[in-house]
Design a protein around this ligand. Structure first.
Ligand SMILES: Cc1cc2nc3c(=O)[nH]c(=O)nc-3n(C[C@H](O)[C@H](O)[C@H](O)COP(=O)(O)O)c2cc1C
Length: 175
């Protein structure tokens, strides 16, 4: 059976090196359009996105995460994914689903992407989340889950193979 979504998810890998080429604004908008279709608890759509293309600002955002933000420093675009916690109960789940949609949408346009985690990560002085919110003037009721680093692919990774998927993780009727 033809499964276009499986074809896409097999191809998607975390890409952490990017070419020194811009991503078309139209592609970024299409990726965001997909993210806006993500399901959310009670349909509240509490997830917001800050699209950052300014190179200096991307470096500053990366600096807000004490360790492990190297891929972000190489990205052409950073999408900060956050949610208004005053408007939802399940903000982590809501923001996670939206982030996943971004990763898949990026792959559809052959754009490299990587989830750079922020929640529960140290910053330079405060938490990475607080430092990013301070930097980008985000209201207090918001929390940042992650940043998605985006850029034209600067590294090759093998696709996943359907026959190697963790089929043993699937249980029927009982464990
Ligand atoms: C919740 C979550 C947090 C992640 N955090 C980071 C991160 O901070 N930095 C990073 O380089 N990759 C991060 N990743 C990407 C994973 O390392 C990656 O998905 C995993 O190694 C599997 O590789 P693949 O994406 O190529 O399938 C994260 C992924 C998820 C789902």
């Amino acid at each position: 059976m033809k499964n276009n979504l499986l074809d896409l998810t097999l191809k998607r890998r975390s890409i952490r090196n990017y070419l020194n080429e811009e991503i078309d604004d139209e592609i970024i908008q299409e990726i965001l359009n997909v993210a806006l279709t993500a399901p959310s608890s009670w349909g509240g759509h509490p997830v917001h996105f800050i699209v950052v293309k300014d190179k200096n600002m991307i470096q500053k955002i990366a600096h807000c995460k004490a360790m492990g933000a190297a891929p972000l420093t190489k990205a052409k675009v950073c999408i900060v994914v956050m949610a208004d916690t005053s408007r939802c109960e399940l903000w982590i789940e809501d923001a996670s689903v939206a982030s996943t949609y971004i990763l898949l949408a990026a792959e559809q346009f052959d754009i490299g992407a990587c989830w750079i985690h922020i929640r529960n990560r140290d910053g330079q002085i405060k938490t990475a989340d607080e430092e990013i919110r301070d930097l980008l003037n985000v209201p207090n009721s918001f929390r940042v889950l992650n940043c998605v680093a985006l850029g034209k692919k600067g590294e090759f990774k093998n696709e996943y193979l359907k026959e190697n998927l963790s089929f043993e993780n699937i249980h029927y009727e009982h464990y």
